[in-house]
Design a protein around this ligand. Sequence first.
Ligand SMILES: [Zn+2]
Length: 440
Amino acid sequence: MRYRYRLEERRERKNALIKLIRRLAIFALILLLFYTLFLFFGGRPQLSQESLKELSFIASEKSYQLSFSKPVKELKLYLLDGEEKREIYKIQFPEPQKSISLTLKAKELGLKDGKANLILEAYAGPLSKKSYQFEALVDTIPPKLSIVDYTSYPLLGGTGAVKAKLEEEAQVYILHGDYKYPLYSLGNGYYYGLFPIRLDVDKDANFYLLAVDRVGNTSRQSLSLNVKQFKFKEDNININMDFINKAIYPLLGKEGEGLSPVEAFKRVNEVWRSRDVRKIEEVAKNSDSRFFWDGAFLQLPNSKVFATYGDIRHYYYEGQKISESRHMGFDFASIERSPIPASNSGVVVFTGELGIYGNTVIIDHGMGLMSLYAHLSEISVKEGQFVKKGEIIGKTGKTGFALGDHLHFGILIHGYEVNPLEWLDPKWIRNNVLRVLNSQ
Ligand SMILES: [Zn+2]
């Protein structure tokens, strides 16, 4: 009997041990599952595809904006040289961050021009490290940029043109103040671009050409432009209650409820105006890289000029100055509801209501050059439609912020309204835009 008891005791102990092992195994499995889930659901800091692509180009000096899926505490960069792995860069963040800006210099990293095998290690915390191995192209030679020709005496508020040549593929921009406009490739290393001589940039601000190669090396060249100053017309305009009732409140609709006459006027002349200008800039971003236009732009037939470019308007209400604005186009008036021809050939990129501009059509003529037609009573073209110079696009009217039936005609250079008068003049186009375009 004793023997039997012992046997059973032993069997029970054995069973208990098996149970314990089984439990431990299940526990370990659960842990493993949680760890896998933890890694799978963003436990490790993932680098975005774009960031990784950006990192695979290293220039003599280049700034990067890296974005990770979770905040990172430390970054390390290694160079793989055969079997050897050498640390070449390390940065730590007291405050872990998801979006990291850093500047890398090929020389400081000890990298030579050509291909390099790199490893990036991102550390986000214990159990949370991720490394990426990738091949980078190291290039420290700045793009060779030469200026071919440019309009050396542009008009304040007018249009400038520039042509450049590059030895390698690059993106080229013209810089003025805080603004930056692209040049377009003409092939064979030539680049061409139009730019506005903005009224809101300090008159001593220089113009620069900037070239950025595919790796990120840059070259700069300054242009010695002599901007012809221009004396703009100034008008004092008296606003009365009758005008605000007839033109401003109806334009504002519900937005005008509860606003005093002065507030309502300012809402349209200031808030709406800047909003509408931004909208135009947005539309203008999608310009074609080819020119569609040919020869001088057309003025509204049989029309008179009612307002010119750059006119400064001071508005008074009951003897007090309440607001001011600048007229950024030409106003042409003919008989009411006159048919409007497309000023030149291009693609219609905007049709519809545009705040103070009322019913508006914008035509893209390519390379950042567009024409704008505002206050229309009728629009007869559609977005995406190609129109030929002279083709009717709509009828004049007084929609938006307009006193009477007229056409507000604007020329946009990268979304900024410049003096359209130059574009109506075939001689100016020949001596500036085309001369620079055809220079070798
Ligand atoms: Zn106007």
